[in-house]
Design a protein around this ligand. Structure first.
Ligand SMILES: [Zn+2]
Length: 366
């Protein structure tokens, strides 16, 4: 099934933010599936997904709130986000969306063109996180096995423990997974990140949980992370982070990192396959209860973001990548929630559309 809600579009330009992210992307995927007659997937809005969860569990899941964020992020950071009127939220958004450069000048930010206050973005971001949570619930609670839900949103994998980064304010995957685990729904979760950029925020948040005492013991809640990404080019400002961050490593390792160098596209699938096998080995005798796939489209050769150009997969390679993960999880009966994540420019809708079309017209209908 697909989770799609046009009210989750970020409409960045309304806030004066000039990012190359097109709001039409999710809608374009839906239209493409309709156009090609591959509408085999039921499409859920946020409301419909919430109602489905309520029917199964007997109560409606509450919206994502402060308690959910505090389970994952530093409390001082979270308090700044909720400190209405003090300007803290605006400053955090400016950091997350990189709207001011090192010299203090506006960067891709033209506030004079904004017709809405920047702080309003936060409400939409929280609803985006709710979408990720509900996509996980739908994957977990589907009657057909293993459950599958593709969410045309989410994937804020650069959000760090105590700040936003790389267009991500808060980490939707971890916030969602930690709420599920707090509810006793998914003790072991794999986060499989195939965006062109490393899931560095995710790796950091998970590492910090372990430093606070989380252990990988029988049935204890745990998250294991795999990230296959460009070996260079991210973060853009590694040097600044390493200098200014009081000894904190700029790039903490994921449990498994697959690094892609330039012109290694032919090695992508073997490296991904190896990463998945290692993830399974690392899980020992525990079967993952859920996989969250951060299914970035920016490794695509026609992606519009200059900084993702170090991986240039063809559309066929993107689909093969997604199908490899899909089949791997299906063979092991592991439910999965897929997040659309990174993807820039006019053609960013093509990889998710091709994957879903392939599923809908193949034998693996859901
Ligand atoms: Zn990316």
């Amino acid at each position: 099934m697909i989770l799609y809600d046009s009210s989750l579009d970020m409409n960045f330009r309304n806030y004066g933010i000039m990012l190359p992210i097109l709001d039409s992307r999710a809608g374009r995927v839906i239209r493409e599936l309709e156009r090609t007659g591959s509408g085999a997937f039921p499409v859920y809005t946020l409301d419909k997904a919430r109602q489905a969860a309520e029917r199964i569990a007997g109560e409606s899941p509450p919206p994502i709130g402060r308690e959910d964020l505090e389970r994952v992020h530093e409390r001082v950071f979270v308090s700044r986000l909720y400190n209405d009127g003090s300007g803290g939220l605006e400053r955090e958004l400016i950091t997350a969306y990189e709207l001011v450069d090192r010299e203090g000048r506006y960067n891709r930010y033209e506030p004079e063109k904004a017709d809405r206050p920047l702080a309003e973005l936060f409400a939409t971001i929280l609803r985006q996180v709710e979408g990720t949570y509900l996509a996980c619930r739908m994957a977990l609670e589907q009657s057909s096995e293993p459950g599958f839900c593709f969410y045309l949103g989410g994937g804020m994998h650069h959000a760090r423990y105590d700040s936003g980064a790389g267009f991500c304010l808060i980490n939707d995957s971890i916030i969602s997974v930690r709420r599920l685990q707090n509810e006793g729904r998914a003790p072991l979760v794999w986060i499989i990140d195939i965006d062109a950029h490393k899931g560095d925020g995710t790796a950091e948040v998970v590492t910090f949980s372990r430093r606070r005492g989380e252990t990988f013991t029988d049935r204890a809640p745990a998250i294991l992370t795999l990230s296959v990404h460009m070996g260079k080019g991210w973060p853009l400002d590694t040097e600044t982070l390493s200098v200014s961050d009081s000894g904190r490593a700029p790039l903490l390792p994921s449990d498994i990192d697959g690094l892609m160098e330039e012109n290694e596209e032919a090695l992508y699938l073997p490296r991904l396959r190896e990463g998945l096998s290692r993830l399974e080995e690392m899980s020992g005798n525990r079967k993952a209860d859920l996989a969250v796939v951060v299914d970035g489209a920016d490794p695509y050769e026609h992606d519009g973001l200059a900084s993702s150009a170090l991986i240039r997969l063809t559309l066929e390679q993107c689909t093969a990548r997604d199908m490899l993960i899909y089949s791997f999880l299906r063979e092991r009966n592991i439910p999965s929630a897929w997040l659309m994540a990174g993807g820039y420019g006019e053609r960013a809708w093509e990889p998710p559309a091709a994957f879903l079309r392939n599923l809908a017209t193949g034998t693996d209908n859901q």
